[in-house]
Design a protein around this ligand. Sequence first.
Ligand SMILES: [Zn+2]
Length: 80
Amino acid sequence: MANQCIMCGNTEHVPSTMTHVFTASNGEKVLIDNIPVTECTQCGEQTLSWETTEHIMKIVQAASNRTLNAPRAMPVYEYA
Ligand SMILES: [Zn+2]
């Protein structure tokens, strides 16, 4: 992988995972766990691929549809 870190220019990355809270279009908070990212070995910057970003948007969209009339809570969705 020849990806260059946008923060420090380092080209060495290791695969990692992160947890992040996204806000859906209806304002619903969606926490997604185990998101695959590449992590810079130098500064720790975590980068998501376009594929991953698109996948996350689908999960967030589906989650907001599902929780529209549900009691307010923060469900956890696995990246799958
Ligand atoms: Zn870096």
